[in-house]
Design a protein around this ligand. Sequence first.
Ligand SMILES: Nc1ncnc2c1ncn2[C@@H]1O[C@H](COP(=O)(O)OP(=O)(O)OP(=O)(O)O)[C@@H](O)[C@H]1O
Ligand code: SF4
Ligand SMILES: [Mg+2]
Length: 365
Amino acid sequence: MASLLPQKQTSLAVSAPLMCVKGLSVDFDIGKRYVRALHSVDLTIQRGETLGVVGESGCGKSITWLAVLGLLGRRAKISGSAIFDGQELIGMAASPLNAIRGGRIALIFQDPASALNPVHRIGRQICEALALHRGLSGTSAREEARRLLDRVGMSNAAQRLNEYPHELSGGMNQRVMIAMALAGEPDLLIADEPTTALDATIQAQILDLLRDLQADTGMALALISHDLGVIADMADRVAVMYAGRVVEEAPASSLFENPAHPYTQGLLAALPELEGPRRRLMAIPGAVPSPQALPAGCSFSDRCGYVEDMCHDGAPELLALQGSSAHFAACRQCEARADHAASIVLRHHVEMKVPSTMSSEGAKA
Ligand SMILES: Nc1ncnc2c1ncn2[C@@H]1O[C@H](COP(=O)(O)OP(=O)(O)OP(=O)(O)O)[C@@H](O)[C@H]1O
Ligand code: SF4
Ligand SMILES: [Mg+2]
């Protein structure tokens, strides 16, 4: 197993979660029928927490959050619940949802150039966000836009306000996106592969910036990435997604030291060791199945080295590992490894027992 350990371990005071996603499912209209791409996903994020969401391409990392924010369009049928600071977002009317989106919940994407408007200067785009979410206009908006660019580490911030996205590098455009996200003073920032398009040095700078901003503002972060190194560096807690389901969820230290699900183990085995002897990397054979072609039972069964007959018998539930109230996995073998059926606790039963204040290791709300 790769000796990759998360560097960040914080103690989180836990009360009601900032975001509580429950039973979230997405069915896409593909012509004559609907196909389910997201299967009853449960996720929570505490205030100030960083939740890492990891998985290969096509596992449902993006559609989870696009569904929560009502950004999937009419061909998507969404069911379940997403309660943000006490407000149900699923089915919320467009106007209040628009106010929350980009305001208290901000998003940044992998490709900032495509998210920014190429024909408008940077300053105008940030000022529009400030007008929309904070009611600022004129000189005060401009001054705040300059301050935000300064805060995200842009040199010559006043001059940058007059430039167009194509005049900036990828890393600078990502900083502009982050400045726009900060315009609404968000409680939750959803960062979908925010550094994937950037080279390693700039990637590290942007991750440092996100960490600093979080420390300054106390905002929570949902960090979506296919890169376990990024997740290990940043996350308090990690949700591993596969084929539209959360298949493992745990505090970062527990996940990286003791991965339980064969898929997570496979992702870790595919990572190069930073120290120690060189070894051949073990890529997981095969590819993520499309939502139309999921194998019967466990969706990972056609790629799993531990598959047995029982694995084809219904999708495994996300259950607490024996001896833990915070580490969950959806795998028949994990169930079988538990000594006694009573030691397997359904995740929602654990949630109901969580006291109002506890450390991140026990955090499961
Ligand atoms: N509009 C759509 N219509 C039909 N299927 C879709 C649509 N959008 C996404 N999907 C499918 O939903 C599944 C999950 O997609 P999603 O974009 O969430 O993956 P992801 O984990 O974010 O992958 P990546 O790492 O490549 O961004 C994929 O199989 C994808 O093909
Ligand atoms: S349920 Fe079976 S096929 Fe699925 S991950 Fe566990 S051992 Fe592998
Ligand atoms: Mg994605």
